[in-house]
Design a protein around this ligand. Structure first.
Ligand SMILES: [Mn+2]
Length: 290
């Protein structure tokens, strides 16, 4: 077992079949820490309310392991997210030695001050247009299908020129890409206002450690798709751990490694989406931005 100073986890979504509790247990077996931070959406009360509770033995064990750590000298802080917002009513209290906080300031071993937030308050979609997030996924598939029918109709009716509905949709998808960057931008703006050296959040299920002009933007990712966690070493350096199961083990991304600039990642992501849109348009497989 590797001893680190802190472990940061978010978006575990316990209570859903999508939660990768088995992988998380393996990770917890491999890493031990002085601090454990739960950065929101640990239990998915939304899904439980909608579909009923799904609770596996592994999920039970995850909860037991966390409570056990809290009982034994590990300082555990829980910052609730939007899926476990019910716990926000208990901010300032503790249960089973776990402190519940609205947000939290963590001072790393190197003296850097990190603001811990889940991040949903910076997501304009979940904040103002929850229906849009759900609708978007289905709407895009429909648009591509309607476009195919439209161009067939135009050909048949011999309408000159070409107008692409999915080209129009692509523009909209690019807006979805900019959603991620809008999220990161507003989180960073808030961190700057708070005068911290970095921010550690979750919510968008996209793990990264990035130096954003002097402020570190760190996202824990999730235990639904990517199985990622952030660990702080005894030196205070932060590392993104991707838990890939037995064969892949751990991919390390030390802070010293070159990190992509915002523009580079923006372009890479837009390029990838262009390709997936083309694939979809040609009737190929694979999902787009979702
Ligand atoms: Mn969330």
């Amino acid at each position: 077992m590797q001893r680190v100073r802190s472990i940061f986890l978010s978006d575990v979504h316990l209570g859903t079949p999508a939660c990768q509790a088995g992988a998380l247990l393996e990770f917890l077996k491999a890493y031990d820490s002085e601090f454990l931070f739960l950065v929101g959406d640990i239990v998915d009360f939304w899904a439980i309310r909608r579909r009923g509770v799904y609770w596996s033995t592994d999920q039970n064990t995850v909860v037991q392991k966390i409570l056990k750590r809290a009982r034994h000298e590990v300082s555990v802080v829980f910052v609730p997210g939007n899926h476990d917002e019910a716990v926000r009513e208990h901010i300032g209290t503790s249960f089973g030695n776990i402190r519940v906080e609205r947000d939290y300031l963590h001072v790393a071993a190197d003296g850097r001050r990190y603001l811990l937030i889940h991040g949903d308050e910076f997501d304009q979609v979940t904040k103002y247009h929850r229906w849009l997030a759900i609708l978007g996924d289905h709407a895009y598939d429909l648009v591509v299908r309607v476009n195919r029918w439209l161009s067939w109709a135009r050909r048949t009716l011999k309408v000159p020129g070409y107008w692409s509905l999915s080209g129009y949709a692509k523009l909209k998808v690019k807006k979805a890409v900019s959603f991620i960057f809008d999220f990161e931008d507003s989180v960073l703006r808030h961190a700057k206002e708070r005068g911290v050296d970095g921010v550690i959040c979750g919510h968008i299920h996209s793990a990264v450690i990035r130096d954003a002009g002097g402020i570190l933007y760190i996202n824990c990712g999730d235990w639904v798709d990517s199985c990622t966690a952030i660990v702080e070493h005894e030196s205070g350096s932060m590392e993104l751990v991707r838990w890939g199961g037995a064969e892949e083990k751990v991919v390390r991304l030390p802070l010293a490694a070159p990190v992509a600039t915002l523009d580079e990642s923006r372009q890479a992501l837009a390029g990838a989406l262009d390709r997936s849109v083309v694939l979809k348009h040609q009737g190929g497989g694979g999902r787009g931005a979702g």
